[in-house]
Design a protein around this ligand. Structure first.
Ligand code: 5GP
Ligand code: ZN
Length: 139
C-alpha cells in the first residue's frame, strides 16, 4: 500500500534491522526500542490490524513468534517478554499495517509499565457478556 512505512520495509525501500523472514512474515527491531530488543513481527501483505485479518493470515503471522521470542530472550538475557498488539488509535496503534510487538523484560524499572485496573466482578453481567460474545463468534 502506498505511503505505508511497513510496506516500504517489506519491499526493501527503506532499511530495517531485520531479524527474521519467511514467505509471509518479516520481523525487525522497532526503531523506538521501548526495551532492548523490542521487535515487530509484521505480515508481508498489507492489512490494517488483527480486526481485519483472516484466520490463515493470523496463523501465518503468529506461527514464528515462539521461536523469535525464544531467540530474543536468549540473546538479550532478558528475564521474560511481553507480546503486545495495538488495534486502532484508542488502543495505541500508530502504524496502520498490522504488527505484533515483542518486548524483552529485564526488571520492574526497565521502562515498560503495563497496568491492569481490577474491578469487582459482577458474575451476572459477565455471564451475559460471555453469552453475547459466544453468539457473535458463532454467527
Ligand atoms: P503501534 O503504536 O502502531 O503499535 O507501533 C508502531 C511501532 O512502529 C512504534 O513502536 C514505532 O516505534 C515503530 N516504527 C515506526 N516507524 C518505524 C520505522 O520506520 N522503522 C522501525 N523499525 N520501526 C518503526
Ligand atoms: Zn502496509
Amino acid at each position: 500500500m502506498e505511503n505505508c512505512i511497513f510496506c516500504k520495509i517489506v519491499a526493501g525501500e527503506i532499511p530495517a534491522s531485520k531479524i527474521y523472514e519467511d514467505s509471509e512474515v518479516i520481523a525487525f527491531l522497532d526503531i523506538s526500542q521501548a526495551t532492548k530488543g523490542h521487535t515487530l513481527v509484521v505480515p508481508k501483505k498489507h492489512v490494517r490490524n488483527v480486526l481485519e485479518m483472516s484466520e490463515e493470515m493470523a496463523s501465518q503471522l503468529f506461527s514464528p513468534i515462539p521461536k523469535i521470542a525464544r531467540a530474543l530472550k536468549k540473546v538479550t538475557s532478558a528475564s521474560g517478554l511481553n507480546i503486545i498488539n495495538n488495534n486502532e488509535t484508542i488502543a495505541g496503534q500508530t502504524v496502520f499495517h498490522a504488527h505484533i510487538h515483542l518486548l524483552p523484560r529485564y526488571n520492574k524499572e526497565d521502562g515498560l509499565a503495563i497496568h491492569f485496573t481490577e474491578h469487582d466482578p459482577n458474575f451476572e453481567e459477565l455471564g451475559l457478556l460471555a453469552g453475547n460474545i459466544q453468539k457473535e463468534i458463532q454467527a
